[in-house]
Design a protein around this ligand. Sequence first.
Ligand code: BDP
Length: 322
Amino acid sequence: MNFKRTLLIAALPLAFLAQAAHALELKIADIHPAGYPTVVAEESMGKTLTKETNGELTFKYFPGGVLGSEKEVIEQMQVGAIQMSRVSLGIVGPVVPDVNVFNMPFIFRDHAHMRAVIDGDVGDAILDRITNSEFGLVALAWMDGGTRNIYTKKPVRKLEDLKGMKVRVQGNPMFIEMMNAMGANGIAMDTGEIFSALQTGVIDGAENNPPTLLEHNHYQNAKYYSLTGHLILPEPIVMSKITWEKLTPDQQAMVRKAAKAAQAEERVLWDQKSAASEEKLKAAGVEFITVDKKPFYDATAPVRAKYGAPYADLIKRIEAVQ
Ligand code: BDP
């Protein structure tokens, strides 16, 4: 028998073993329900990856928050029990404070500005800060979470109307300070608790984009939507570092590429979903209130001053993006 051939045959089971070690099933969690733009894009990302890795990477999807709140999902990813997710950057801020530069009220001029920023160097720099932190996550790409506006039980037509209202924010101390700076009482709670908190009157309002206001049914108990546009939060697609380190370099490259493709796909879905959600909310009797944003901007200046100080350079780079 030819010596080279023998070697080749002997090496085969090893090669097979090496391959098998890279076969993984990944759980992807999302707080949003099936059919939501982020969830749909995650599903196509998973399908692409299963195909491109010849079935080595397979995926199980857990939409609708069934694996817990975003905070819990992040903790599960840090220990490798959940492998992937898309989370709001608001929730990442308390753990990787560097990302709060994107979480500051009115840091982006508008939605288009936010998109231009996340598509460029600054967007990559923030993803890298997550990855290079001790946070145990690899940040791969961005999804779009639209613009957040305040919705309440009683109309907010001007800043003063917010006075004393209890308004839910994500669990990030900066958001509580932001809401307090606008005259309300910021109250942090998980996404899944908002519906009943509105229903029972524990809170007077919350703030979010139209698709979340609709799909999480908050509009049923909060019919006034004031277009404050105070936050435009992008949403990183993240993988557990424990999982990432199990992947071959080729698989890692494929995951990065597929996550970027998911970013592009979700953006198209997002625009459609936002427009459709606005229509549905209006049809359901939600009043969209145009407000003068200037007083809201001015009221939150101390929050930007406090949190933005360490990021003066990044802020200049953000502002320079056209
Ligand atoms: C939505 C985000 C979701 C957040 C939710 C919230 O897409 O990730 O958890 O807001 O405010 O816009 O809890």
